[in-house]
Design a protein around this ligand. Structure first.
Ligand code: BG6
Length: 484
């Protein structure tokens, strides 16, 4: 069956940086279903050819060596443009007419991809409904919605209601691009396609879990957006909580959208929304020096660009195991890691100079950029008595699988076309996630605790993070990946 992907927000960054390069990449690999059309919708007036020419330049830039003019030319033949304003119902009626013409009345699966600024999600959906574009008598109609989905629980609920007035949940695909990453999906494979990890994946063996998404970049020119979001809305509500769910969920009965999402949702249900006292003791927040000097950021901004949140999952598997979630801009390096810190051996008989050397095993899942997994374990150092050292078994994607990692959007776009929502966020999931984040933001705002710490760019966030962790009897695993 032919497909049409209608991109709203076609002249925006996301379209040129991610969506079109991803679709072109799929086309080159012959993975894009044949007879897939792309229709851009935005206010800027372009002819089809003008838009194709603009995308040719940006795709050449963002696809790099994957780009070749010959295949682009063939691919560009199925790209169209329609100028219109999301706020104007008439423009949707005109779009409907244009789509009927290019599709020549055939039965076609359509994806409406909302790559616009978030305030346009609701009017876009409303107009899609009112203009008959959600009608399924000539093929399936799905809507793909980018993040952020709401700015708190109330706005997310409101948006869910608005979306559901037009599209039932099974036609709604909320994007979190972290779920499109190969290494994130591989956590499920590691856990549920092997027998040796799952028996130790619980409170009996695991002391704590550290999930870090560190970025070396600062907010750069995104200051105006970032200051309204901060690290909590930008990274925690979505990406960090997704990584937590994937790490902590039970095995779904089947690898299908609803069984997978049911298990993820249960993880969020098992997290008690933190009280203001919990927030004071179990979170840290920081702002890198110079943030307030960024374009679009008020001089007295209280927005956190770094945070740590300690969460407990109250169920049989995880009771008592802290999950430390941490993310920040202007950090030491770019790394996304999930560290499973196992307990120390119950009794250590190997001693050097009368001291034992208890260190627990560690499984480090490198989500990016040095994709791989390392298992750290104690080894006897040769010729030095019973001295031990932590060594590792190292699995590295680059070494094991030739070729580069595909962009997360490739997988997500293909799944949305195929109607597989396993890697998309469900309505209840997004609302539960806000239910955890809202109380943190409220407590920060209302109690001022913990205080916001300034930190030097280029390190691991505020200095206080180290003694804070030590006071819990633990240490951060701060390590920058070695890029080969
Ligand atoms: C986005 C955030 O969702 O994720 C950005 O808005 C952040 O601030 C980005 O830089 C990180 O994504 P990735 O895939 O580069 O880790």
């Amino acid at each position: 069956m032919p497909n049409t992907i209608v991109i709203f927000g076609a002249s925006g960054d996301l379209t040129s940086r991610k969506l079109i390069p991803a679709l072109y990449g799929l086309y080159r690999k012959k993975r894009l279903p044949e007879r897939t059309r792309i229709v851009g919708f935005a206010r800027t007036p372009f002819s089809h050819d003008q838009w194709r020419a603009k995308l040719s330049d940006t795709t050449a830039e963002f696809a790099g060596k994957e780009f070749d003019a010959e295949s682009w030319k063939r691919f560009a033949g199925s790209i169209y443009y329609h100028a219109g304003d999301i706020g104007h119902g008439d423009d949707f009626a005109a779009l409907a007419k244009m789509l009927a013409e290019v599709e020549r009345g055939e039965t076609v699966t359509r994806l409406y991809y909302l790559a616009t600024a978030p305030q346009f999600y609701e009017p876009a959906v409303e107009h899609l409904g009112a203009s008959g574009l959600a009608d399924q008598s000539r093929g399936i109609r799905r809507v793909v919605i980018e993040k952020p989905f709401g700015t708190d629980l109330a706005t997310a609920q409101h948006l869910n209601e608005a979306v559901h007035r037009v599209f039932p949940e099974r036609q709604v695909y909320r994007i979190d691009h972290y779920l499109g990453k190969e290494t994130v999906q591989n956590v499920l494979v590691l856990r549920f396609a092997n027998t040796i990890f799952e028996p130790v994946w619980n409170r009996n063996y695991i002391d704590n879990v550290q999930i870090t998404v560190a970025e070396e970049v600062d907010v750069s020119r995104r200051g105006a957006y970032y200051d309204t979001a901060g690290v909590m809305r930008d990274m925690f509500q979505n990406h960090l909580l997704q990584l937590l769910m994937i790490t902590a969920m039970e095995a779904p009965v089947r690898y299908q959208a609803d069984p997978v999402r049911d298990e993820k949702v249960k993880v969020l249900q098992a997290i008690r929304p933190p009280s203001p006292e919990d927030v004071a003791s179990d979170t840290l927040r920081g702002q890198y020096k110079a943030y307030r000097g960024s374009q679009g950021v008020p001089a007295d901004s209280q927005t956190a660009t770094y945070a740590v949140v300690k969460l407990g999952i109250e169920n049989w598997r995880w009771q008592g195991v802290p999950f430390y979630l941490r993310s920040g801009k202007a950090m030491s390096c770019r790394t996304t890691q999930i560290v499973i810190q196992f307990r120390q051996p119950p009794h250590m008989m190997f001693q050097v100079d009368g001291k034992s050397q208890p260190v627990g095993n560690r499984l480090v899942i490198q989500v990016q950029p040095a994709e791989g997994i390392q298992l750290h374990f104690q080894t006897k150092v040769p010729d030095q008595g019973m001295k031990l050292r932590l060594t590792d078994l190292d699995f590295n994607y680059q070494k094991e699988f030739a070729g580069t990692m595909p962009e997360a959007y490739q997988r997500l776009l293909l799944d949305a076309l195929a109607g597989d929502a396993s890697l998309f966020t469900r309505a209840d999931e997004v609302e539960l996630a806000w239910g955890i984040i809202d109380p943190i933001l409220a407590a920060w705002r209302e109690t001022g605790k913990p205080k916001i710490e300034q930190y030097e760019p280029g390190f691991w966030g505020p200095e206080i993070a180290t003694p804070w962790m030590e006071a819990q009897g633990r240490q951060w695993f701060d390590s920058c990946p070695v890029l080969g």
